[in-house]
Design a protein around this ligand. Structure first.
Ligand code: NAD
Ligand code: UDP
Length: 334
């Protein structure tokens, strides 16, 4: 059994590697990544956590020849495709960077998938494809125009994979729409380590807690929510990782969409308070203007994933806060 993990040095891919290794102890797992948003340190940590001597190739998925060469070299039974750019705001400023990288990379992988008749393909999509619809979001909801080029790339890649699966009935595709993955592996060795200033909430909170950033700006205190701050469906990254193992095991012919969330909403202030309480550390914050494009409340309907994948997120907000801080703290000591 062999699986390709594209973008496997990144946040979700690296955690998924750990879950895959646990579930498939004898499988050949190959990681490719161009390290544009990750560092080789994560590879070393992955080897420490798993005890594996990892098969890694530094490779850009947009380099078609390099991708062809990779597929010549290894025989894969499945592809997990995490590789892509994900910064929403940057995608608004530099849309072509996103359209080229996220779509070209996917096309190159899909071409090889068809050429070698690799049956299983798992794609990292996002709740952002639901646009400004209404929570709880269901897989059957129509996709409204995403508010950013990033969101569009996810919707386009989903469509490409759906069309390709329709034309090639042997193909089994899972399109996993993540909500808000946060947290870290419980070892504290693997976590979220963006190479530039974080724009997502949890890595920002941990940097403020660590004293690397002075204050958390909470975007908007006047939303129609329980405390005025925006609500999201935060999910532990190890639950997301295990969702991929479930998706590989239950992947059916055709292209099938699943929400990976908990089905529960948590406000920004609730998350900050939980972080402070679990870790006994203060996170100074200030409520500022809303961030353009943000929705008041985004959370998942998770029934389809629970029944179709026989998977359910099990970790709590407290687990997420503890593990995220545990990882950041270890990094202070290094
Ligand atoms: P990440 O940036 O940590 O990991 C992505 C990895 O892909 C990085 O290591 C990066 O170096 C690599 N990469 C990017 N372009 C590449 C290319 N052309 N060739 C080879 N490697 C390339 O991101 P993540 O948080 O692990 O997210 C994984 C996937 O899930 C992404 O596609 C992202 O859009 C999607 N997603 C993430 C979130 C989230 O909140 N983290 C939410 C929804 C969807
Ligand atoms: N957020 C915030 N301050 C920050 C980063 C994020 O208040 O520094 C808020 C953001 O407005 C949103 C929530 O936290 O309501 C989650 O944002 P994130 O960027 O992590 O994920 P999104 O749901 O926007 O993809």
């Amino acid at each position: 059994m062999g699986f390709l993990i594209a973008g496997g040095i990144g946040f979700i891919g690296s955690h998924t590697y750990i879950s895959l290794r646990k579930r498939f102890p004898n499988a050949r797992l190959v990681i490719v990544d161009n390290l544009t948003n990750s560092t080789i340190q994560t590879l070393n940590s992955l080897m420490e956590v798993t005890g594996d001597s990892i098969l890694f190739h530094q490779l850009d998925l947009c380099d078609e020849q390099a991708v062809e060469h990779l597929f010549n070299r290894y025989h894969f039974h499945g592809i997990l495709h995490f590789a892509g750019y994900k910064a929403v705001e940057e995608s608004v400023v530099n849309p072509l960077k996103y359209y080229i990288n996220n779509i070209q990379g996917t096309l190159n992988l899909v071409k090889q998938c068809l050429h070698y008749k690799i049956e299983r393909f798992i794609f990292s999509s996002s709740a952002t494809v639901y646009g400004n619809g209404k929570s709880p979001f269901k897989e059957s909801d129509s996709l409204l125009p995403a508010s950013s080029p990033y969101g569009q790339t996810k919707a386009i890649c989903e469509r490409i994979l759906q069309d390709v699966a329709y034309a090639n009935p042997w193909l089994r595709v899972s399109l996993l729409r993540y909500f808000n993955p946060i947290g870290a592996h419980e070892s504290g060795l693997i976590g979220e380590s963006p190479t530039s200033l974080p724009s997502n909430l949890m890595p920002y909170i941990t940097k403020v807690a660590k004293g690397e950033l002075p204050i958390l700006k909470i975007f908007g205190g006047d939303y129609p929510t329980l405390d005025g701050t925006a609500v999201r469906d935060y999910i532990h990254v190890m639950d997301v990782a295990e969702g991929h193992v479930a998706a590989l095991e239950h992947v059916r012919r055709g292209a099938h969409v699943y929400n990976l969330g908990t089905g529960r909403g948590t406000s920004v202030l609730q998350l900050v308070r939980a972080f402070e309480q679990v870790n006994g550390i203060k996170v100074p914050y200030q409520i500022v203007e809303r961030r353009p494009g943000d929705l008041a409340s985004v959370y998942a309907n998770v029934h389809k994933a629970e029944s179709g994948l026989q998977w359910k997120a099990s970790r709590t907000i407290e687990n997420m806060c503890r593990d995220a801080w545990n990882f950041e703290k270890r990094n202070i000591l290094i």
